[in-house]
Write a protein that binds this ligand. Structure first.
Ligand SMILES: Nc1ncnc2c1ncn2[C@@H]1O[C@H](COP(=O)(O)OP(=O)(O)O)[C@@H](O)[C@H]1O
Ligand SMILES: [Mg+2]
Length: 329
């Protein structure tokens, strides 16, 4: 879809026309500027909106997140922890992922990006604020942990399959802390690799934090065109890697005590089957170690691949489980 096609980024406050390979070359001079005194966002001298930054809601290791008012709407602003950590490319990947999903029938799966802007020495971006539950909160209160887990995995498998098919994107940090759950039902209808899938889910999952994402290309298989997470992830990390994002997600979920305790034995066995690689079973390791670090280390090996975690394979497995709610034609 995007592979060599030029696209405008005007919608998110970046001047000029780009292609995927030129994303790393976008210059800070082409983006919107924040006037902290007047509380305005200006692109090439033209007013985009007002922006009043209020209070901090998250103080992460990579970014700080603030509540802000953009014209009449409450949004979130993500600012890098250090000025030299530029969030320009992260915002662009989140925007492309959001647009891709929206045009492929997956609305609301990623927060919409509003503006990429410079604020003093740092590059920040504003985005839609999601009012949702964290994964532990959700599973603490649900009465149907088994089916909820299946709906969660099904939604993420559809999101990942679309992002991989149309954008060659790997998120590379898909742990439960980068997800939120909205109590609104969602209806997904999307096509890839010759089939149309529909999913009717009682809740909506939202994927956050594209700070470690990568974009690969068909031509350069193995070499990423855009590679975020500088210094944390290897510069030549193959992108996409078969099953990586789902592997991170499932191992992260299994590390949560609330899920360990509430899922049935049958569901535990199902997840374990997805996490089987040859004779190696990652399920018991995930329960024992309960942090994501080891699974990130495993997947950073250049030849890492886990076919059982491929979104398509998982979706096929879910067809009989979510009969009626998940269909393929
Ligand atoms: N669009 C959003 N809506 C609601 N909460 C968000 C949004 N973006 C981030 N957050 C909250 O802020 C936290 C940190 O944001 P994240 O993008 O994951 O930054 P980091 O790179 O520091 O992990 C998230 O875990 C989530 O709780
Ligand atoms: Mg995060």
């Amino acid at each position: 879809m995007w592979s060599s096609k030029p696209f405008s980024l005007q919608e998110i406050g970046i001047d000029g026309v780009y292609t995927i390979p030129t994303i790393p070359m976008i210059e800070t001079s082409s983006i919107t500027k924040y006037d902290a005194k007047k509380k305005t966002l200006l692109l090439k001298g033209h007013l985009r909106s007002t922006l009043v930054i209020e209070h901090e809601i998250d103080h992460g290791s990579y970014g700080n997140v603030y509540v802000a008012k953009r014209d009449e709407t409450y949004v979130l602003v993500k600012q890098p922890r250090m000025d030299e950590m530029n969030l320009l490319q992260e915002a662009v990947l989140q925007h492309l992922a959001h647009k891709t999903l929206e045009s492929e029938g997956l609305v609301g799966a990623i927060p919409k990006v509003y503006d990429v802007f410079s604020k003093g020495e740092s590059v920040c971006f504003s985005m839609e604020r999601i009012y949702g539950y964290s994964i532990p909160e959700w599973f603490f209160t649900t009465k149907t942990p088994d089916t909820d887990l299946l709906f969660l995995v099904a939604q993420l498998a559809l999101i990942l399959a679309v992002l991989e098919t149309h954008l060659n994107l790997d998120h590379r940090d898909l742990k439960h802390g980068n997800l939120l759950v909205k109590k609104e039902p969602c209806l997904i209808k999307t096509s890839f690799q010759g089939h149309t899938w529909t999913l009717q889910s009682p809740f909506t999952v939202v994927v956050l934090d594209f700070g470690f994402a990568c974009l690969g290309s068909e031509i350069l298989r193995g070499k990423p065109l855009v590679n975020l997470g500088d210094g944390v992830l290897p510069p030549m990390d193959p992108c996409p890697k078969e099953g990586r994002d789902m592997f991170h997600l499932l191992t992260s979920l299994l590390g949560l005590p609330v899920l360990q305790q509430s899922l049935s034995k049958r569901l535990h066995e199902k997840v374990d089957a997805w996490l089987l690689l040859g004779k190696k079973s990652y399920g018991p390791m995930a329960r024992r170690w309960s942090t994501e670090n080891w699974s990130y280390l495993v997947s950073s090996q250049p030849d890492f691949a886990i076919p059982n975690c491929c979104p398509l394979r998982i979706l096929q497995d879910l067809l009989p489980e979510l009969k009626g709610a998940l269909t393929r034609t």
